[in-house]
Design a protein around this ligand. Structure first.
Ligand code: IDP
Ligand code: MG
Length: 156
């Protein structure tokens, strides 16, 4: 099943929203397979946001992500990448609809709480920046039996 990198940014940690945001992913039925709190240094920040190098918001973005501890996670599930992106909402809180993480919890056009991989290619690049292969845990939560229906081998 698909995996996505989610990073709760320094504003989420400082505002003590970590539990609430993790709770949303759990309630949705995504499976937590890796979790780590860390401070992102300039080198990791540069790798994480390499695609944005040269853009006008690049420098403030690097300052933001390195400004305090973050919580990095890998969540797994069917279409986990697009499901998590929908839960996050559009990039900035003021534009994001109510019901999304950014829409419910944020007001800023700089501090936007959360990063999520935007494609399978991004997830494949981003996950190894934060986790070694042995740090991604392979297990099936008992409740997952009732998260997906089965049709033969397929999860529906
Ligand atoms: P995303 O986080 O919704 O995928 P991206 O376009 O990939 O948004 O941008 C990465 C991050 O860069 C955003 O989450 C936000 O923190 C920051 N960012 C993007 N656009 C702007 C901008 O116009 N001004 C300031 N920061 C921005
Ligand atoms: Mg992005």
């Amino acid at each position: 099943m698909e995996k996505t990198l989610i990073v709760l940014k320094p504003d989420a940690v400082q505002r003590q929203l970590v539990g609430q945001i993790i709770g949303r992913f759990e309630q949705k039925g995504l499976r937590l397979v890796a979790l780590r709190m860390l401070s992102v240094g300039p080198e990791l920040a540069g790798k994480m946001y390499a695609v944005h190098e040269g853009k006008d918001f690049y420098q403030p973005l690097i300052e933001f992500i390195t400004a305090g501890p973050v919580v990095a996670m890998v969540w797994q599930g069917r279409d986990a990448i697009s499901v998590a992106r929908k839960m996050m909402g559009p990039t900035f809180g003021p534009d994001a609809p109510a019901g999304t993480i950014r829409g419910d919890l944020g007001m800023s056009r700089r501090y936007n709480l959360i990063h999520g991989s935007d494609s399978p290619e991004s997830a494949a690049k981003e996950i190894p920046l934060f986790f070694g292969a042995g740090e991604i845990i392979d297990y099936t939560p008992v409740g997952e039996r009732w998260i997906y229906a089965r049709q033969g081998e397929k999860l529906i």
